[in-house]
Design a protein around this ligand. Structure first.
Ligand SMILES: [Mg+2]
Length: 126
């Protein structure tokens, strides 16, 4: 017997997930963490946070790119560790490094989501 497919995924889609392990709609989805990160960042940065800037302010891009850069830093540090140890880069990602990479990706998603939400909130009729 096969596990039930996630009811929110299209069953014809080859990427459809099983209900209990669906990473898009299941309990392991990252969206709650993304929202919490938005709230944490806004509490930390206040008037200069991604939540507070005008929707097309170029500062938004610098905030987002800073977070993307921190993802790149995780890989660059892994590359150096791997080189020192004679490993493949992927082998330099232990549990702590994978957690750090995941944290940075959540921050990227939070900043991109905040920006997209700002544009949605200020949509103008065409
Ligand atoms: Mg970061």
């Amino acid at each position: 017997m096969t596990a039930p497919i996630c009811p929110q995924c299209e069953p014809e889609n080859p990427a459809a997930r099983y209900r209990d392990t669906c990473l898009i709609h299941g309990e392991r989805s990252v969206w709650d963490e993304v929202q919490q990160e938005r709230e944490r960042a806004h509490a930390k940065h206040g008037k200069t946070s991604m939540e507070a800037l005008p929707d097309t302010d170029l500062t938004r891009l610098t905030v987002l790119m800073e977070e993307v850069g921190e993802v790149a830093r995780e890989f660059n540090e892994a590359r150096h560790r791997a080189h020192q140890m004679g490993w493949a880069t992927a082998d330099a990602f232990g549990p702590a490094e994978r957690a750090s990479l995941r944290d940075e990706l959540i921050q990227v998603a939070a900043m991109a989501g905040a920006w997209a939400n700002a544009l949605t909130a200020t949509e103008r009729p065409s």
